[in-house]
Every structure is written in C-alpha cells, then in structure tokens.
Ligand binder design. Sequence first.
Ligand SMILES: NC(=O)c1ccc[n+]([C@@H]2O[C@H](COP(=O)([O-])OP(=O)(O)OC[C@H]3O[C@@H](n4cnc5c(N)ncnc54)[C@H](OP(=O)(O)O)[C@@H]3O)[C@@H](O)[C@H]2O)c1
Length: 264
Amino acid sequence: MLRLGLLGHPVAHSLSPAMHAFALESLGLEGTYEALDTPPEGLPERLAEARRAFRGVNLTLPLKEAALAHLDWISPEAKGIGAVNTVLRVEGRLFGFNTDAPGFLEALRAGGIPLRGPALVLGAGGAGRAVAFALKGAGLEVWVWNRTLERALALAEEFGLRAVPLERAREARLLINATRVGLEDPAASPLPAELFPEEGAAVDLVYRPLWTRFLREAKERGLKVQTGLPMLAWQGALAFRIWTGLFPDPSGMEEAARRALGEA
Ligand SMILES: NC(=O)c1ccc[n+]([C@@H]2O[C@H](COP(=O)([O-])OP(=O)(O)OC[C@H]3O[C@@H](n4cnc5c(N)ncnc54)[C@H](OP(=O)(O)O)[C@@H]3O)[C@@H](O)[C@H]2O)c1
C-alpha cells in the first residue's frame, strides 16, 4: 500500500489530497495521501515517521526550508532554491527534491504562456525564489521586486538577477505574482493597474481566489493570463512521478483541485 502525505502548517484546506486522490485512482494504485498538520517543532518527529512508514511526502509552508537539515540527500535544484517540497523514501533514506520550479515552467508551456523576458517576479519569499530560479534556468532575463527591498537585493545577488522598482513592470513581458497579496482578498493586488505592460503575460501563484485582482486587471489590459492552479497541479504530478515512476495527468489533477476549491 502506497502511503503518501503532506506536511505543513496549516494543511486543513490544502488542495493536494484531492489532487493526489485523483492521481492514485486514475492510475489504478491503492494508496493514501494524508494531510498531516506539522508545526515546525514537530518536523523531526514527522520525518522520522516518514522514514519508517511513507513512500514519500510533500512539504509546504513553513517547512520547505527547514527540512533541508533533516534529509540524507538533496537534489541540486532544491539546493539551489534552498527549499524542498517533495521527499522520497528509499530503504529508510530520505531524498529531497523541488518540483515547484519545474512545475511552474511546465505549467507555462502547457498553457501556451510565452517564455519571453524580461520576466518580473513580484515577491522574494519561497515561491519567488523557486520561480526566479526556474526562469533564470530557462535563460530569461529576470527582474525581481519585493516589498522588503533587502530581500530582493539579496535574491538578486544570489541568483544573478536585477532588483528593480515596481514601475519597471511596464517594460516586462512576463509578470509573476509570487507574493501573498490577493490571497483570500479579491480586492488586493501587488501591482497598480496602470503599471501593467501593453503586451505579454501575467501569472498569479495565488489560487484562492482563483481570479485575483492582479489577473483580472492583467486580462482587462489584454495580457495572456494563468491562474495558480496549473502550477499547483504540475508540481503535484512531478512529485507523484518521483514517488511512483508513473505520471498522472496534470489536467485531471487541476480539475480535482478546482473542484476542491469549489470552482468546478
Ligand atoms: N500555485 C502554486 O503552486 C504555489 C506554490 C507556492 C506558493 N504559492 C503561493 O505563493 C504565495 C507566496 O508563497 P511563499 O511560499 O513565497 O510565501 P512566503 O515565503 O511567506 O513569502 C511571502 C511573500 O509575500 C510578500 N508579501 C506579503 N505580504 C505583502 C504585502 N502586503 N505587500 C507586498 N508583499 C507582501 C512578502 O514580502 P516581504 O519579504 O516584504 O515580507 C514575500 O515576498 C502564497 O500565496 C502561496 O499560496 C503558490
């Protein structure tokens, strides 16, 4: 029996159990994917449990960075980003991966969002780091903006990017909201409407609500847009492949997440 799970805090409203239930069922596998609420101080004990009883786990806020210290091996990508979102157990050893970065790129490709720079990443937190790493790796010119300037400057130096003021958004061809602005607040956007460029694309990593103000205004401006669900589905599908060697349909996982979100 395939035992999978999600560690994070909080995890009660996570869409991952619904996505992975679809993956298990559609591939005819018997297994479970449990959401296990894990505050940071409970992480060592949970990972010890994972070593004994789980094929693999996902990690979410606030554990993605802290987990690095507890694993036996970390992929170069996860090391570069400084965050692990997928753990695989093989013979009692724990291997750490990051599927957020490749999941983000695959979601863009699948959605027909052109990989054209300059790309402006709004936010230098965990998600901003993964997205900036992915875009830089794909060869784009990447700019970063963050509310706390020091954090943007530190990320720019670490990854070889440019930290820019928000006004430079007008010149970007790909805008990514990797801040928490808009999360559970349909009236909030990280970018004033007048700063959207005249052409290009905008992606919001926030998916609750699905149609954030950032995306609505980008669409009104005529930009191509993508919600946070395709990336969520792709990072999940890539994690599932790491655990099982089988690749579930990301569109089916996205639909399962959409239903769980109440947006069917
Ligand atoms: N779709 C997906 O698959 C996916 C994957 C990962 C994350 N996400 C989403 O991405 C978002 C960010 O997650 P995270 O893990 O990066 O969180 P995080 O590490 O806590 O970072 C939060 C980011 O939001 C910024 N921020 C918070 N409040 C702000 C405000 N009022 N004005 C401007 N900036 C503000 C922070 O700026 P400061 O540095 O100034 O505090 C920081 O850049 C969340 O909504 C999360 O759900 C989605």
